[in-house]
Design a protein around this ligand. Structure first.
Ligand SMILES: C[S@@+](CC[C@H](N)C(=O)[O-])C[C@H]1O[C@@H](n2cnc3c(N)ncnc32)[C@H](O)[C@@H]1O
Ligand code: SF4
Ligand code: SF4
Length: 460
């Protein structure tokens, strides 16, 4: 390894994060993106990396910090510098090439992939979950003065979706299983070649209907918040747990494997969330999860905010949950490096439509607000709905427009967070989501850490 000249200039990747390991740290930047283990001392030296990037300046600063000898510090840092150059965290005497993140975010914003329609087939619900983003529609299931869509109207709309390259319909609500004609509608969609997904609280599955459920829906997601009755019911209401468990028992008696569970993470279930994977695997063989952080509907309501877990508790709870899930067949950690730019990929109003039970069209299922109506399926054709969506000025909104996020080493993972929640909390799609940022950060750190450990276990 050749010694570097003291006047060498080192160009560093503009943003990096140190993620604590049991011993030492992981250095990570979404711009490289690599997971790079370093020692405590190496981190201390990187903490004083100089603005100038000149090697000599750095060694002087590190020498002072360590209260050490200049030549020894230089010798100590040499291998680190070479490794960092190889891993593309540093470049020598020429600007570092790293991921073109601005283009990444622009290219990926609003490119959620396959065209998907969230269809609320009813506003009615047999539960009253505390956090439900659909509460207004649920409580006034009068469809805001307009009649609910008839089956015929839904069939006509499904024809249009199929003709306009939509690939999936997610049947949701309210509780979609409460619509009497649900199976007729899903069968119609399936015959039109659309993928059919069900999002349900599971309480309406019976031994009589589960055969049809599994035959007609390509995938099924059930909202189960906890393996512990009282924790599930703290948010989803008294008596709800047994009903969902019984529904899942019926459903799984058809031994179907594409079932995912979707716990909403709150202060009530975070501590014992780690018990859910084993519970669901031993009872039903389920190992697929879509854990969803609770997204407050308002920043003014203290009872809403009280559902948010303390961030340290959240970090610990999610970490344990994923570790337990990792022990279950099929429940391994995902590669977060593959999902770079995931956060920027939001299909709202572009590849996602959300239709309320009265036919109003919104950019996504969390944005059913009058001012964001793109039209109504009774009156507008799909082209016009897309055009109206474009006119709302929210297509293409990405983390790039959030100044507070541009220095964040997790930006390409997080994308600045869910824009719908930001809109709900701050009334503005491009605001910085200060309330939820800390959860995104620890979520990204934990995910990277688990992945690092998982990769290490494969090589051991
Ligand atoms: C509105 S529900 C409709 C489908 C069905 N009734 C159910 O509960 O699964 C759709 C999903 O959103 C979740 N959800 C509702 N409000 C939420 C919130 N404020 N934050 C995060 N997820 C929420 C529910 O738990 C459910 O998984
Ligand atoms: S079951 Fe679903 S729609 Fe009903 S209140 Fe709960 S989250 Fe909302
Ligand atoms: S919301 Fe927070 S974690 Fe996400 S990109 Fe912005 S600063 Fe980073």
């Amino acid at each position: 390894m050749s010694m570097l000249a003291l006047d060498s200039k080192l160009y560093r990747v503009p943003r990096w994060a140190f993620i604590k390991l049991e011993k030492g740290f992981l250095l990570y930047s979404d711009l490289t993106p690599t997971l790079f283990p370093i020692t405590q001392n190496e981190k201390s030296a990187l903490d004083v990396f100089p603005q100038s990037g000149i090697l000599e300046d750095w060694i002087v600063l590190a020498t002072n910090k360590f209260n050490a000898d200049f030549a020894e510090t230089l010798k100590y840092l040499h291998p680190l510098i070479h490794k960092m150059i190889n891993a593309k965290f540093l470049a020598l005497n020429k600007p570092l090439e790293y991921l073109d993140w601005k283009t990444q975010l622009v290219d990926n914003s609003n490119d959620g992939g396959s065209r998907t329609c969230y269809l609320s087939v009813t506003d009615n619900c047999n539960l009253r979950c505390l956090y439900c983003y659909n509460a207004d529609e649920r409580e006034h299931s009068i469809c805001q003065g307009r009649e609910a869509l008839s089956d015929i109207e839904i069939f006509e709309f499904i024809d249009k979706l199929a003709d306009n390259d939509f690939e999936y319909i997610v049947f949701t609500g309210g509780e979609p299983m409460l619509r009497k004609s649900i199976f007729t509608i899903v069968e119609y969609a399936k015959n039109k070649g659309l993928g059919t997904n069900l999002l349900s609280n599971g309480t309406a599955f019976t031994h009589k209907n589960v055969k049809q459920v599994v035959d007609l829906f390509d995938s099924i997601t059930v909202s189960l918040d906890s393996s512990i009755e009282s924790e599930h019911e703290a948010t989803r209401g008294k008596g709800s747990w047994k009903r969902t468990i019984r529904g899942l028992d019926f459903l799984m008696s058809q031994s179907r494997h594409e079932i995912a569970l979707r716990p909403v993470i709150t202060d009530h279930n975070i501590d014992n969330l780690y018990l859910l994977p084993e519970f669901a695997y031993s009872r039903w063989n389920i190992s697929s999860y879509q854990p969803t952080m609770y997204l407050p509907n308002s920043i003014k309501e203290t009872k809403e905010l009280a559902l948010l877990p303390d961030v340290k508790k959240y970090a610990k709870g999610m970490d344990l949950f994923y570790r337990k899930l990792g022990n279950i067949p099929g429940g391994n950690a995902d590669d977060p490096l593959k999902s770079i730019s995931y956060g920027g990929k939001c299909g709202m109003a572009k590849s996602i439509f959300s239709i309320s039970a009265n036919g109003d069209v919104f950019p996504c299922q969390s944005l059913h607000f009058d001012e964001l109506t793109m039209g109504n399926i009774r009156h507008q054709e799909i082209d016009e709905l897309f055009k109206n969506g474009e006119a709302l000025g929210i297509v293409g909104v990405s983390g790039l427009q959030i100044p507070e996020c541009t220095d964040c080493p997790f930006l390409l993972l997080c994308g600045g967070g869910c824009r719908a929640t930001t809109y709900k909390l701050y009334g503005n799609m491009t605001a910085f989501n200060e309330l939820m940022c800390c959860y995104s950060k620890v979520g990204a750190e934990n995910q990277l850490l688990r992945y690092y450990e998982y990769r290490k276990s494969l090589t051991n």
